[in-house]
Structures are given as C-alpha cells and as structure tokens.
Design a protein around this ligand. Structure first.
Ligand code: NAD
Ligand code: TDX
Length: 335
C-alpha cells in the first residue's frame, strides 16, 4: 500500500511513520512536510532511507494534487499545532489548517483516494472540572482558540466533502499526546528540558486545568484501527482515560527527575485557556475493539523523561528560540 503522510517531521506524524514501518514493512511511505519551525528531519532518523521525503507545503495545491494522485491513502497530520502561537499570530493557522486541508480533500476526491483526517478534542471547547460528562462524537463543536477554531473548520470541511462528494474519509479527534519527539514548546517537554537545564518549570495560571493524556503510540495504533476497520464518513474520538491536572503533572515531573515537587513557578495564564478536556472513547473501544497499551501515566512519563535525557542533540537546537518566544509574553507571577 502507498501511503502519503503529511506533517511527519513533527511529533505525532514521525511516531506514526516509525510505527508503520515497524509493523507494516510492505508500506510505501511518502512524507510531505514543509519543515516549519516545528518539523525536524532528525525525527525521521533511522527511516529516511525507507521513505520518500518531499519538502513542501500542504497549501501548494499543485504539489498536493500530484502527490495524492500517486497514493492509495492519505493520513493528514500536518498542522500549525500550538495554541500559544495561534494567539500571537493566527495567520499560518488559517493557511495550513484550513487551506491545506481543503487542498488535500479536493485532491482525494478527484483521485478517489482514501483519506484519514487527524484532529483534536479541542474542537469541542472545554468542560467544567466537576462536569460528569465527557466529550463524545455527538458533543457540539465550540472551539476556543484560533488553533482549535481552524481545526474545527477543517473537520467540517471533511464532513461536507463526505456528504456532498462521497469523499472516502474518516476523522479522529484525539486528546493530549505525550511521548518522544514532541516539540519543547509543548507543556511536558518544556518542563522536562527546563529541569535538565536547571530552570524551574512554568505553570500557567492556577494550574487547575485538566488534560486527558494519551501516549503517542496509543494515538497511532488507534489511527490504524480506524483506517483498517472504521466506517467511512464516521468520526472517532481517541482517548485513554488519562485525566491529570497541570499542577500534578509538574509535580510528578519534578519528583521523577529527583527535584523538590514545589520547585516550579506560576506564570501568566494563557488567554482563553480551556479548563478541562475529557474523552469518552466508547465508540472506538466497543465498535472497533481498540484498547490503549500505556495505562500507567507515571511509567509513560518516566520513559518520556528518559528519552529527553538521552536525546539532547534532538531538542537542544529548538530550546533557546522557544524560551525566547515565551519570555516575550510570559512572566513569573508571585502567589
Ligand atoms: P507538530 O507541530 O509537532 O508537527 C506538525 C508538522 O507539520 C511539522 O513537521 C511541520 O513542519 C508540518 N507542517 C506545518 N505546516 C505545514 C504545511 N503548511 N505544509 C506541510 N507541513 C507542515 O504537531 P503534532 O503535535 O505532531 O500534531 C499533529 C496533528 O495532530 C495536528 O493535526 C494536530 O492538530 C493533531 N493533534 C495533536 C495533539 C497533540 O497533543 N499534540 C492531539 C490531538 C490532535
Ligand atoms: O509552559 C506551559 N505551562 C503550562 O501550564 C505550557 C507550554 C503549557 N501549560 C498548560 C497549558 C495547558 O493547560 O499545559 C496544558 C497543555 O498545554 P499544551 O502542551 O500547549 O497543549 P494544549 O494547549 O492542551 O493542546 C495540545 O493538545 C491538543 C496540543 O498542543 C494540540 O495540538 C492538541 O490539539
């Protein structure tokens, strides 16, 4: 099978390619990635000689059409993915997440190619801390940030293309991923690399916000389950019952790295900061029989810490620029 994977020099897409080549050696993988600040060819170390890597933009319609015409399946990970960046400069989010998705689904419909769309639980907005409900496939869309609004818009384009043009597509909306090769702008890698550098972790606001953590490999086995056995036109939520609040995550990172669990700073809160995400993955589990492999967050986090300690050469080139960006918008708040 020929597979076009977009955004595979990024966090989840690179792990998807590693998993795919390890479990499906017959797969012929082409990667389309613009190598933005978030992409690193080093994330594909070990598999670059087994794939076709094309550096290019999903917003380039002619390039997208040519690549989609030559594949059997598109798995679309490429996106501007960081909420904080979407608050300082939304434009690339509109261009990549909306225009890029439009180009891919137009090409997929013209060439009758199977398409899987990677999305996020953030399209559903947020939940109160004490709300007994979790997100399901029937939760109304209510995105908060420019990032989540563009992801929501891209999902709706895919749904319209399914209904109007019979696009052979599935959509997955996953909760917060953690694991190796995640950019140091994101919460968990930022704190791990801060601790390695002797810098105190940075907690936004009160730190009561809850995220529903899932290991990146569990996200990707779920994506393959949906591609293999999901119903065309359907949306599947992906999650692994991993709710933890941000304060507890920081305290656990500090403890696992042998520091005092109190050794962190509160910093300026994110504008419009979503309070809580929580996924009910019942459809994926009962209909398609998927289950997560990583059930112990503490162990998964320890393995992730070990990866960052062992792979400083991977993250060091992005660390200073990332912290310089944060320094321009965030400062320590006394509590
Ligand atoms: P990432 O930022 O680590 O990687 C994004 C990749 O896309 C990078 O390699 C970048 O170079 C590439 N890219 C960006 N703009 C491009 C363009 N115009 N053309 C081609 N390539 C481009 O992102 P990630 O965390 O791996 O997220 C991947 C996907 O998963 C996104 O669609 C995101 O919305 C979704 N998602 C992420 C999470 C999470 O926790 N990280 C959770 C749910 C869903
Ligand atoms: O330094 C920090 N301190 C902090 O307290 C950072 C970077 C974040 N946070 C908080 C904000 C969030 O409540 O941690 C939580 C997680 O933040 P991010 O890693 O930025 O993730 P989030 O905004 O939840 O979005 C992520 O999950 C859904 C991904 O970045 C998205 O791409 C995905 O769609």
């Amino acid at each position: 099978m020929r597979i076009l994977v977009t955004g595979a020099a990024g966090f989840i897409g690179s792990n998807f390619v590693h998993l795919t080549l390890a479990t499906r050696p017959e797969a012929q993988v082409t990667v389309l990635d613009a190598l933005t600040y978030a992409g690193a060819l080093a994330s594909l170390d070990g598999v670059l000689d087994r794939i076709d890597f094309v550096q290019g933009d999903v917003a380039d319609a002619a390039l997208v059409d040519r690549l989609v015409a030559a594949t059997d399946l598109v798995v679309h990970f490429a996106a501007e993915s960081h909420n904080d960046n979407s608050l300082t400069d939304p434009r690339p989010f509109v261009q990549t997440n909306l225009v890029g998705t439009y180009n891919l689904i137009e090409a997929a419909r013209h060439h009758r190619v199977r398409y899987h769309h990677i999305s996020t639980d953030e399209v559903y907005g947020d939940l109160e801390l004490d709300d007994p409900k979790r997100f399901t496939e029937d939760t109304p869309y209510n995105p908060s940030s420019p990032y989540s609004a563009t992801k929501a818009g891209s999902d709706l384009l895919v749904r319209a293309w399914v209904r109007s043009f019979d696009l052979q597509a599935t959509i997955s909306n996953c909760s917060n991923n953690y694991g190796p090769r995640q950019h140091v702008e994101k919460f968990i890698p930022r704190q791990i690399t801060n601790v390695i550098d002797g810098v105190r972790p940075k907690l936004y606001g009160e730190g009561l916000n809850v995220r529903d953590w899932i290991h990146v490999d569990d996200h990707n086995t779920a994506v393959w389950t949906i591609i293999d056995t999901g119903r065309i036109g359907e949306t599947y939520l992906i999650g692994a019952d991993g709710e933890v609040n941000n304060t507890d995550v920081i305290r656990l990172i500090l403890e696992l790295m042998g520091r005092s669990p109190e050794g962190y700073d509160h910093v300026t809160d994110r504008a419009g900061h979503d309070l809580r995400y929580a996924i009910d993955a019942g459809r994926l589990r009962t209909e398609l029989g998927w289950t997560p492999h990583y059930r112990n967050f503490r162990e998964g986090l320890q393995a992730t810490i070990d990866w960052y300690v062992a792979n400083e050469a991977w993250w060091r080139p992005m660390k200073d620029a990332t912290e310089a960006k944060y320094a321009a918008t965030q400062s320590v708040v006394a509590r």
